[in-house]
Design a protein around this ligand. Structure first.
Ligand code: ATP
Ligand code: MG
Length: 634
């Protein structure tokens, strides 16, 4: 048995011993005496009775040893601001912010909705909430009023914290009008709104409700706000899933379990060390931003880079297309985290940009959020010369479920596989209709997690225990297991492969095909930059596959002959590799694909449009023009 296999085995066979040991990675006010309570399955209480504070673990405990070391490094290529905050400075900023929150009436258990761009004040606010025991609910900045309003109603915040504007590719997006409209649409009314003014857009203030942050912060410049100790099982935050498959779910997270899970993952998975720099390109609006921009790196005593801007050159010629690698060189980043969708964007530009900078500090690049296709993985692996580590998880889990635990044993990666189940997770593959466990290699089924779920995993759906149980734990007949709603297989070496979402299966003439497999095959064609495959209703065959392809060069978009040739090649490739049944009925060329704001393909919307149905809630969509293009082609 390899060192990691032994580590994993111990974690699931003796979870109490295992997690008692991991709990020592963080500071407690009252250390745990009990490790877990599973008396109400599928709910789990981690470290009941122990008391802790997340902000203390992220900041205060590091002050004696590394007060002057960088903690948060903010870089905006949108506004040209670049500023580093030491742990001491972060400590001061967070206390000021906490004092302002308290002055506005926020206390333990109150919700604070954060609707902000990627600026340090957003991180200060999250940490300030954690400091005083308020529950933060970060909503991705720039979401439309409708989606913001429904989240306001769900979270019922006492306070909303926002800013005048965000900026993307040099284009300013004013937040205040969106926020005002959202508050008008919502049934719930917040007591107060706190606004950071970046001087990017004018703001109309509502008397008695809206407060500018600057004068309040000035008043509390020297504030000392002690940490409020929470029970381990008390709520740290809520966050919504991406909404790729339907109505977003409000994921609720505890405090102690989350802190332990993050500290353990920083050590065992990311192999990040105190004093080094971590760079996650995600956004604070997503779970990756919570776990691996704000809390994880800080808990580990690392500096964390917070970057506002595009990864490649925008229309305004900003930034340099090598900006990420420039940051890696400048701040000696040792661990980096991004998403396949971002790497696919980089892939469209000059690979020389990868070679321009000294990347010798970098030990690994972690990618998550979507399937990592082999051509993309190879391209970035060749370009960087460091291990590319795919990791599979969900908003619900809070940290990776399947990956390589780089800090325990540097097992080799396999292309197309995120790796093996992480410690603490009992991952199984079950037959979708009988619920029977599939144990032979390469049998395809639903990926599930057996309880008790590990620390850091969602506690429940905010205010809706019943929806939590019904949605996640009752889908497999006769078994109470957590469904990930993803298909997967496990190979003979125990490596998992994620084959797409359970609702991304199409049925062609009685044969079930995964759209992911067809996409993988098509994306292997050298002329293809990106592809989405959906099943479309067909009176003869039940369903047929439709492929929407973003070609690498524009010829297939501009010229019919080129389009026909590429279409023919793509069809032949699928027929050769997967069989004629899987061959798409049509291949259409588009300049962009519709995605969520977190960069995930919106197959459900594409499918609806192809079938002339209402695509439903599109408020999480990034680029409406991309869907419109598909509507016209279908
Ligand atoms: P919703 O649940 O609201 O429909 P969502 O599932 O896209 O949205 P997230 O929690 O952001 O919301 O995404 C988790 C999902 O992303 C996983 O269930 C899986 O489908 C996909 N995913 C994440 N990482 C990977 C990966 N490394 N490989 C393959 N798929 C991944
Ligand atoms: Mg999901």
């Amino acid at each position: 048995m390899s060192a990691y296999d032994e580590f994993q085995r111990r974690s699931v066979e003796a979870p109490e011993d295992f997690w008692a040991e991991q709990a020592k990675l963080i500071d407690w006010q009252t250390p745990p005496t009990r490790i877990l309570d599973t008396s109400r399955p599928p709910f789990v209480d981690w470290f009941p009775g122990a008391t802790i504070n997340l902000c203390h673990n992220a900041i205060d405990r590091h002050l004696p040893a590394r007060g002057r070391q960088a903690a948060l490094i903010f870089v905006s290529t949108e506004t040209g601001v670049e500023r580093s905050y030491s742990f001491d400075e972060l400590h001061a900023e967070v206390q000021r912010t906490a004092a302002v929150l308290q002055a506005l009436g926020v206390g333990k258990g109150d919700r604070v909705l954060i609707y902000m761009p990627m600026i340090p004040e957003a991180a200060f606010t999250m940490l300030a909430c954690a400091r005083i025991g308020a529950i933060h609910c970060v909503v991705f900045g720039g979401f439309a009023s409708g989606s913001l309003a429904s989240r306001i109603d769900d979270a019922t915040p006492k306070l909303i914290v926002s800013a005048d504007a965000g900026s993307r590719g040099g284009k300013v997006l004013a937040y205040k009008p969106l926020l005002d409209e959202a508050i008008r649409l919502a049934r719930h009314e917040p007591d107060a709104v706190l606004l950071f003014d970046r001087q990017l857009a004018a703001m109309d203030l509502t008397d008695g409700r809206d407060h500018l942050a600057a004068p309040l912060l000035e008043r509390h410049r020297d504030a000392r706000v002690p940490c409020t100790w929470l029970e381990s099982t008390e709520i740290s935050y809520t966050i919504y899933t991406s909404g790729t498959t339907g109505k977003p779910k409000g994921v609720q997270r505890d405090t102690g379990g989350y802190a332990v899970a993050l500290a353990a993952s920083m050590k065992h998975i990311f192999d990040g060390r105190a004093g080094e720099t971590y760079f996650s390109t995600s956004d604070i609006g997503w779970v990756v931003g919570h776990s691996y921009i704000v809390y994880g790196p800080l808990i580990a005593g690392m500096a964390s880079i917070m970057y506002e801007g595009l990864p490649t050159q925008g229309l305004d010629q900003q930034p340099d297309g090598g900006i990420w690698w420039q940051l890696v060189e400048k701040y000696k980043v040792s661990v980096m985290f991004s998403a396949p969708t971002a790497i696919r964007v980089l892939k469209k530009q000059d690979p020389a940009l990868l070679k321009k900078y000294d990347l010798s500090s970098l030990r690994a690049l972690f990618l998550a959020g979507e399937p990592l296709d082999e051509p993309t993985a190879r391209w970035i692996a060749d370009g960087l010369g460091v291990p590319i580590i795919d990791n599979y998880w969900q908003t619900e889990s809070g940290w990776p479920i399947i990956t390589i635990a780089n800090g325990v044993e540097k097992k080799p990666s396999k292309f197309g596989s995120p790796g093996v189940p992480m410690y603490g997770y009992k991952v199984r593959i079950l037959h979708e209709s009988t619920g029977e466990e599939l144990t032979r290699p390469n049998e395809k089924g639903v990926v599930v997690v057996e309880g008790p779920t590990p620390p850091g995993f969602m506690q429940t759906i905010w205010k809706d225990d019943r929806r939590f149980v019904d949605t996640y734990w009752k889908t497999v007949p006769g078994k109470m297991v957590y469904s990930t709603f993803d298909w997967g297989i496990r190979d003979e070496d125990g490596y998992f492969y994620i084959l797409g979402r359970t609702d991304d299966v199409i049925n062609v003439a009685g044969h079930r095909l995964g759209t992911r497999e067809i996409e993988e095959c098509i994306s292997g064609h050298a002329g293809v930059a990106e592809v989405a495959v959906v099943g479309v209703a067909d009176s003869l065959k039940g369903q047929v596959a439709m492929a929407f392809v973003v070609p690498k060069d524009g010829a297939a978009l501009a010229d019919d002959g080129a389009a026909r040739q590429l279409e023919g090649e793509v069809m032949k490739r699928v027929a050769d590799e997967l069989g004629a049944l899987a061959r798409p009925a049509r291949v259409r060329f588009v300049s962009a694909l519709p995605k969520t704001r977190s960069g995930k393909l919106l197959r459900r919307a594409i499918q609806a449009v192809c079938e002339q149905r209402d695509p439903g809630d599109l408020t999480t969509m990034d680029d409406p023009a991309a869907l419109e293009q598909i509507r016209q082609l279908s």
